[in-house]
Design a protein. Structure first.
Length: 179
């Protein structure tokens, strides 16, 4: 058995987890999420505990066993607590601000960049250089943060750009004056 896949998922009170026609649906106070299942994986829900099993011991089934267990656990955590990530904007004159349903970013280009915030994602800006992105869907949260970061990734010489809060940017030394 997979070490991750064999662990049961505790479904808290107030969360409804249903399995119907090869789809797992999780509903809670933060929203509703669903995930399609492959035929090699079975999901059983009984008395507030969800267990994931695989039908055979093929290499593909073993790989999917732990994956689906983690996906379902992320859905349960997402509809109860939600997820959030913090992006930092570093650079002279670089700043971010909210403008309606879009994020306005000044990143050293001739024009500001306007990034439209998708449904199900909440963005707040603190102190013009700290962007807090939160959502109940962990996959969508990661995709939105990656798209925002890709607008101006951190560069290694001065560290300017957009980076995750706990990301370490490896710095390089610049040119040295050789005579």
């Amino acid at each position: 058995m997979s070490r991750i896949g064999r662990l049961p998922i505790r479904v808290p009170a107030g969360v409804k987890l249903t399995v119907a026609s090869a789809t797992v649906t999780v509903e809670g106070k933060k929203g509703r999420l669903s995930e399609a299942l492959v035929p090699a994986i079975e999901v059983n829900v009984a008395e507030g505990v969800c267990t994931i099993t695989r039908r055979d011991d093929s290499k593909q089934s073993k790989a999917l066993h732990g994956l689906y267990r983690r996906l379902i656990q992320n859905m349960v955590i997402g509809v109860t607590d939600g997820f959030s990530k913090v992006l930092l904007v570093n650079g002279v004159g670089y700043r971010a601000e909210l403008k309606g349903k879009s994020l306005l970013l000044n990143l050293g280009f001739s024009n500001p960049i306007e990034y439209g915030i998708p449904e199900g994602v909440a963005v707040t800006v603190e102190a013009n250089n700290r962007i807090m992105v939160s959502s109940h869907d962990r996959q969508r949260l990661g995709q939105v943060c990656a798209e925002i970061r890709s607008l101006r990734p951190p560069e290694p010489y001065k560290g300017k750009g957009i980076r995750y809060e706990k990301e370490f940017v490896r710095r390089k030394i610049g040119k040295t004056g050789v005579k």
